[in-house]
Write a protein that binds this ligand. Structure first.
Ligand code: NAD
Length: 286
Protein backbone atom coordinates (compact mmCIF):
# COMPACT_ATOMS: atom_id res chain seq x y z
CA UNK A 1 0.00 0.00 0.00
CA UNK A 2 1.22 3.50 -0.79
CA UNK A 3 1.60 6.04 1.98
CA UNK A 4 -0.99 8.64 2.89
CA UNK A 5 -0.01 12.17 3.90
CA UNK A 6 -1.90 14.96 5.63
CA UNK A 7 -0.35 18.36 4.99
CA UNK A 8 -1.61 21.22 7.15
CA UNK A 9 -1.07 24.71 5.72
CA UNK A 10 -1.76 24.62 1.98
CA UNK A 11 -3.88 27.47 0.61
CA UNK A 12 -2.17 28.27 -2.71
CA UNK A 13 0.60 26.99 -4.97
CA UNK A 14 3.29 29.39 -3.77
CA UNK A 15 4.36 28.03 -0.39
CA UNK A 16 6.32 25.11 1.00
CA UNK A 17 3.19 23.06 1.77
CA UNK A 18 2.29 22.85 -1.91
CA UNK A 19 5.82 21.87 -2.92
CA UNK A 20 5.88 19.20 -0.21
CA UNK A 21 2.53 17.87 -1.45
CA UNK A 22 3.96 17.60 -4.96
CA UNK A 23 7.15 15.86 -3.84
CA UNK A 24 5.20 13.35 -1.75
CA UNK A 25 2.74 12.76 -4.59
CA UNK A 26 5.61 12.24 -7.02
CA UNK A 27 6.95 9.60 -4.60
CA UNK A 28 3.59 7.83 -4.72
CA UNK A 29 1.82 9.12 -1.62
CA UNK A 30 -1.88 9.92 -1.43
CA UNK A 31 -2.33 13.57 -0.51
CA UNK A 32 -4.80 15.14 1.92
CA UNK A 33 -4.48 18.78 2.86
CA UNK A 34 -5.72 20.98 5.70
CA UNK A 35 -6.54 24.52 4.60
CA UNK A 36 -7.06 27.51 6.88
CA UNK A 37 -10.83 28.13 6.99
CA UNK A 38 -10.75 31.77 5.83
CA UNK A 39 -8.65 30.74 2.80
CA UNK A 40 -10.62 27.60 1.96
CA UNK A 41 -13.15 29.02 -0.45
CA UNK A 42 -10.69 30.74 -2.74
CA UNK A 43 -8.30 27.75 -2.65
CA UNK A 44 -11.01 25.26 -3.63
CA UNK A 45 -12.39 27.57 -6.29
CA UNK A 46 -8.94 28.12 -7.78
CA UNK A 47 -8.26 24.38 -7.76
CA UNK A 48 -11.58 23.63 -9.45
CA UNK A 49 -11.14 26.35 -12.09
CA UNK A 50 -7.72 25.01 -13.04
CA UNK A 51 -5.76 28.02 -11.80
CA UNK A 52 -3.11 25.67 -10.38
CA UNK A 53 -3.04 23.19 -13.26
CA UNK A 54 0.37 24.32 -14.47
CA UNK A 55 1.93 24.02 -11.04
CA UNK A 56 0.11 20.73 -10.42
CA UNK A 57 2.36 19.08 -13.01
CA UNK A 58 4.57 16.41 -11.47
CA UNK A 59 8.09 15.67 -12.71
CA UNK A 60 7.02 12.03 -12.87
CA UNK A 61 4.18 12.88 -15.25
CA UNK A 62 0.55 13.48 -14.38
CA UNK A 63 -0.92 16.07 -12.06
CA UNK A 64 -0.90 16.48 -8.31
CA UNK A 65 -4.22 15.04 -7.12
CA UNK A 66 -5.50 16.11 -3.72
CA UNK A 67 -7.75 13.33 -2.45
CA UNK A 68 -9.51 15.69 -0.05
CA UNK A 69 -9.21 19.24 1.23
CA UNK A 70 -10.15 19.62 4.91
CA UNK A 71 -11.02 22.94 6.55
CA UNK A 72 -8.71 23.57 9.50
CA UNK A 73 -7.98 26.28 12.01
CA UNK A 74 -5.07 24.99 14.04
CA UNK A 75 -5.54 27.66 16.70
CA UNK A 76 -8.54 25.75 18.04
CA UNK A 77 -8.23 22.24 19.43
CA UNK A 78 -11.84 21.29 20.15
CA UNK A 79 -15.30 22.80 19.46
CA UNK A 80 -15.41 24.03 23.07
CA UNK A 81 -12.43 26.30 22.32
CA UNK A 82 -14.18 28.26 19.58
CA UNK A 83 -15.38 31.69 20.71
CA UNK A 84 -18.75 33.13 19.59
CA UNK A 85 -17.26 35.78 17.30
CA UNK A 86 -15.48 33.11 15.26
CA UNK A 87 -18.50 30.81 15.24
CA UNK A 88 -20.62 33.64 13.85
CA UNK A 89 -17.97 34.96 11.48
CA UNK A 90 -19.20 34.53 7.93
CA UNK A 91 -15.80 33.30 6.73
CA UNK A 92 -16.23 30.31 9.08
CA UNK A 93 -19.99 29.78 8.83
CA UNK A 94 -19.84 27.74 5.61
CA UNK A 95 -17.49 25.11 7.05
CA UNK A 96 -17.78 22.57 9.84
CA UNK A 97 -15.50 20.32 11.88
CA UNK A 98 -12.38 22.45 11.42
CA UNK A 99 -10.89 22.29 14.92
CA UNK A 100 -7.82 20.06 15.15
CA UNK A 101 -9.64 17.30 17.00
CA UNK A 102 -12.57 17.28 14.57
CA UNK A 103 -10.25 17.40 11.57
CA UNK A 104 -8.37 14.32 12.81
CA UNK A 105 -11.70 12.57 13.41
CA UNK A 106 -12.85 13.41 9.89
CA UNK A 107 -9.63 12.06 8.35
CA UNK A 108 -10.01 8.89 10.42
CA UNK A 109 -13.63 8.46 9.31
CA UNK A 110 -12.72 9.01 5.63
CA UNK A 111 -9.39 7.19 5.35
CA UNK A 112 -8.74 5.28 8.60
CA UNK A 113 -5.10 6.24 9.04
CA UNK A 114 -2.20 8.31 7.73
CA UNK A 115 1.55 7.73 7.50
CA UNK A 116 2.88 11.26 7.10
CA UNK A 117 1.93 14.46 8.91
CA UNK A 118 3.28 17.81 7.71
CA UNK A 119 2.88 21.11 9.57
CA UNK A 120 3.52 23.96 7.13
CA UNK A 121 1.75 26.82 8.81
CA UNK A 122 2.58 29.85 10.87
CA UNK A 123 0.95 33.12 11.82
CA UNK A 124 2.21 36.05 13.86
CA UNK A 125 -0.19 38.99 13.88
CA UNK A 126 2.56 41.36 15.06
CA UNK A 127 5.39 39.90 12.96
CA UNK A 128 6.36 43.35 11.65
CA UNK A 129 6.93 44.68 15.19
CA UNK A 130 10.26 44.30 17.00
CA UNK A 131 10.10 41.91 19.94
CA UNK A 132 10.38 44.78 22.43
CA UNK A 133 7.28 46.38 20.91
CA UNK A 134 5.26 43.16 20.72
CA UNK A 135 2.22 42.83 22.97
CA UNK A 136 1.70 39.83 25.19
CA UNK A 137 -1.38 39.00 23.14
CA UNK A 138 0.54 39.15 19.84
CA UNK A 139 3.41 37.06 21.21
CA UNK A 140 1.09 34.38 22.56
CA UNK A 141 -0.89 34.38 19.30
CA UNK A 142 2.32 33.73 17.34
CA UNK A 143 3.23 30.80 19.58
CA UNK A 144 -0.33 29.48 19.51
CA UNK A 145 -0.68 29.52 15.71
CA UNK A 146 2.89 28.61 14.83
CA UNK A 147 4.00 26.21 17.58
CA UNK A 148 1.25 24.85 19.79
CA UNK A 149 -0.64 24.11 16.57
CA UNK A 150 2.00 21.45 15.90
CA UNK A 151 1.75 19.95 19.39
CA UNK A 152 -2.00 19.82 18.92
CA UNK A 153 -1.82 18.28 15.44
CA UNK A 154 0.48 15.54 16.72
CA UNK A 155 -1.67 14.97 19.78
CA UNK A 156 -4.77 14.33 17.67
CA UNK A 157 -3.21 12.75 14.58
CA UNK A 158 -0.59 10.49 16.19
CA UNK A 159 -3.25 7.97 17.29
CA UNK A 160 -4.28 7.53 13.63
CA UNK A 161 -0.68 7.35 12.33
CA UNK A 162 0.77 4.02 11.35
CA UNK A 163 3.97 2.91 13.10
CA UNK A 164 7.02 4.01 11.12
CA UNK A 165 5.19 7.20 10.24
CA UNK A 166 6.75 10.64 10.09
CA UNK A 167 5.82 14.12 11.30
CA UNK A 168 7.55 17.20 9.95
CA UNK A 169 7.42 20.96 10.47
CA UNK A 170 9.06 24.02 8.93
CA UNK A 171 11.22 26.38 10.93
CA UNK A 172 13.47 29.35 10.30
CA UNK A 173 16.97 30.46 11.29
CA UNK A 174 15.60 33.43 13.27
CA UNK A 175 15.10 30.97 16.15
CA UNK A 176 18.84 30.76 16.78
CA UNK A 177 20.43 33.83 15.13
CA UNK A 178 19.33 37.44 15.27
CA UNK A 179 17.24 38.28 12.20
CA UNK A 180 15.99 41.84 12.67
CA UNK A 181 12.54 42.15 11.14
CA UNK A 182 11.31 38.66 12.04
CA UNK A 183 9.38 39.98 15.02
CA UNK A 184 6.14 39.67 16.90
CA UNK A 185 7.38 36.66 18.82
CA UNK A 186 7.84 34.64 15.62
CA UNK A 187 11.54 34.05 16.43
CA UNK A 188 10.43 32.79 19.85
CA UNK A 189 7.75 30.59 18.25
CA UNK A 190 10.35 28.97 15.98
CA UNK A 191 12.75 28.42 18.89
CA UNK A 192 9.96 26.65 20.75
CA UNK A 193 9.07 24.63 17.65
CA UNK A 194 12.65 23.37 17.37
CA UNK A 195 12.82 22.43 21.04
CA UNK A 196 9.44 20.75 20.81
CA UNK A 197 10.72 18.73 17.84
CA UNK A 198 13.11 16.93 20.19
CA UNK A 199 10.62 16.36 23.01
CA UNK A 200 7.89 15.27 20.60
CA UNK A 201 10.34 12.90 18.88
CA UNK A 202 10.84 11.21 22.23
CA UNK A 203 7.20 11.10 23.25
CA UNK A 204 5.72 10.16 19.87
CA UNK A 205 8.59 7.78 19.18
CA UNK A 206 8.09 5.85 22.40
CA UNK A 207 4.32 5.86 22.29
CA UNK A 208 3.55 5.52 18.57
CA UNK A 209 6.80 4.58 16.84
CA UNK A 210 6.69 7.70 14.70
CA UNK A 211 9.52 10.09 13.84
CA UNK A 212 9.46 13.86 14.36
CA UNK A 213 11.78 16.24 12.49
CA UNK A 214 11.90 19.84 11.33
CA UNK A 215 13.34 21.57 8.26
CA UNK A 216 14.96 24.98 8.69
CA UNK A 217 14.20 26.50 5.31
CA UNK A 218 15.84 29.42 3.53
CA UNK A 219 13.81 32.41 2.36
CA UNK A 220 10.97 31.84 -0.13
CA UNK A 221 8.56 34.46 -1.44
CA UNK A 222 5.39 32.76 -0.20
CA UNK A 223 2.20 34.51 0.81
CA UNK A 224 3.15 34.29 4.49
CA UNK A 225 6.64 35.63 3.82
CA UNK A 226 5.32 38.64 1.89
CA UNK A 227 3.38 39.60 5.02
CA UNK A 228 6.66 39.90 6.93
CA UNK A 229 7.71 42.66 4.56
CA UNK A 230 11.43 42.12 3.95
CA UNK A 231 11.45 38.83 2.04
CA UNK A 232 13.13 40.31 -1.07
CA UNK A 233 16.01 41.55 1.10
CA UNK A 234 16.34 38.10 2.68
CA UNK A 235 16.43 36.40 -0.70
CA UNK A 236 19.06 38.86 -1.97
CA UNK A 237 21.08 38.49 1.23
CA UNK A 238 21.06 34.71 0.89
CA UNK A 239 22.05 34.78 -2.79
CA UNK A 240 24.92 37.13 -1.94
CA UNK A 241 26.18 35.37 1.18
CA UNK A 242 25.24 31.67 1.24
CA UNK A 243 27.74 29.00 0.19
CA UNK A 244 25.42 28.14 -2.72
CA UNK A 245 24.62 31.37 -4.57
CA UNK A 246 21.30 30.38 -6.07
CA UNK A 247 17.73 31.13 -5.18
CA UNK A 248 16.03 28.59 -2.92
CA UNK A 249 13.19 26.78 -4.71
CA UNK A 250 10.15 25.54 -2.81
CA UNK A 251 10.87 22.18 -4.47
CA UNK A 252 14.27 22.02 -2.71
CA UNK A 253 12.34 21.85 0.55
CA UNK A 254 9.76 19.50 -0.98
CA UNK A 255 12.45 17.01 -1.90
CA UNK A 256 14.08 17.11 1.54
CA UNK A 257 10.63 16.68 3.10
CA UNK A 258 9.99 13.62 0.94
CA UNK A 259 13.28 12.11 2.12
CA UNK A 260 12.55 12.78 5.80
CA UNK A 261 9.02 11.38 5.40
CA UNK A 262 10.24 8.21 3.70
CA UNK A 263 11.71 4.94 4.97
CA UNK A 264 15.10 6.21 3.70
CA UNK A 265 15.11 8.26 6.92
CA UNK A 266 13.83 5.47 9.18
CA UNK A 267 16.45 6.16 11.89
CA UNK A 268 16.25 9.96 11.66
CA UNK A 269 14.22 11.62 14.38
CA UNK A 270 14.46 14.65 16.65
CA UNK A 271 16.59 16.44 14.05
CA UNK A 272 16.66 19.82 12.38
CA UNK A 273 17.72 19.71 8.73
CA UNK A 274 18.82 22.95 7.10
CA UNK A 275 17.56 23.38 3.55
CA UNK A 276 18.87 26.87 2.99
CA UNK A 277 21.76 26.72 0.51
CA UNK A 278 24.03 26.58 3.57
CA UNK A 279 23.39 30.13 4.80
CA UNK A 280 23.15 28.97 8.43
CA UNK A 281 26.80 27.91 8.41
CA UNK A 282 28.23 31.34 7.54
CA UNK A 283 29.84 33.34 10.34
CA UNK A 284 31.14 36.23 8.29
CA UNK A 285 29.72 37.43 5.00
CA UNK A 286 32.36 37.79 2.29
P1 NAD B 1 2.33 29.87 3.15
O1 NAD B 1 1.58 31.15 3.17
O2 NAD B 1 2.31 29.07 1.91
O3 NAD B 1 1.88 28.91 4.33
C1 NAD B 1 1.37 29.32 5.55
C2 NAD B 1 -0.01 28.70 5.68
O4 NAD B 1 -0.47 28.76 7.02
C3 NAD B 1 -1.07 29.41 4.84
O5 NAD B 1 -1.65 28.46 3.95
C4 NAD B 1 -2.08 29.88 5.86
O6 NAD B 1 -3.39 29.83 5.37
C5 NAD B 1 -1.87 28.86 6.96
N1 NAD B 1 -2.38 29.23 8.28
C6 NAD B 1 -2.15 30.37 8.98
N2 NAD B 1 -2.79 30.32 10.16
C7 NAD B 1 -3.42 29.11 10.22
C8 NAD B 1 -4.26 28.48 11.19
N3 NAD B 1 -4.58 29.07 12.33
N4 NAD B 1 -4.73 27.24 10.90
C9 NAD B 1 -4.43 26.62 9.75
N5 NAD B 1 -3.64 27.17 8.79
C10 NAD B 1 -3.15 28.41 9.03
O7 NAD B 1 3.81 30.28 3.56
P2 NAD B 1 5.16 29.42 3.77
O8 NAD B 1 6.23 30.46 3.82
O9 NAD B 1 5.27 28.32 2.80
O10 NAD B 1 4.98 28.85 5.24
C11 NAD B 1 5.00 27.47 5.56
C12 NAD B 1 5.94 27.24 6.73
O11 NAD B 1 7.28 27.50 6.30
C13 NAD B 1 5.70 28.13 7.94
O12 NAD B 1 5.90 27.39 9.12
C14 NAD B 1 6.80 29.17 7.80
O13 NAD B 1 7.14 29.79 9.03
C15 NAD B 1 7.91 28.29 7.28
N6 NAD B 1 9.08 28.99 6.71
C16 NAD B 1 8.91 29.89 5.70
C17 NAD B 1 10.03 30.53 5.17
C18 NAD B 1 9.88 31.52 4.01
O14 NAD B 1 10.82 32.26 3.72
N7 NAD B 1 8.76 31.54 3.31
C19 NAD B 1 11.30 30.25 5.65
C20 NAD B 1 11.44 29.32 6.69
C21 NAD B 1 10.32 28.70 7.21
Amino acid sequence: RGKRAFIAGVADDQGFGWAIAKALAAAGAEILVGTWVPALNIFETSLRRGKFDESRQLPTGGLLEIAKVYPLDAVFDTPEDVPEDIKNNKRYAGSTAWTVQECAEAVKADFGSIDILVHSLANGPEVTKPLMETSRKGYLAAVSASTYSYVSLLKYFAPIMNPGGSALSLTYLASEKIIPGYGGGMSSAKAALESDTRVLAFEAGRKYGIRVNTISAGPLKSRAAKAIGFIDDMINYSSANAPLQKELEADDVGHAAAFLSSPLASAVTGTLLYVDNGLHAMGLAV
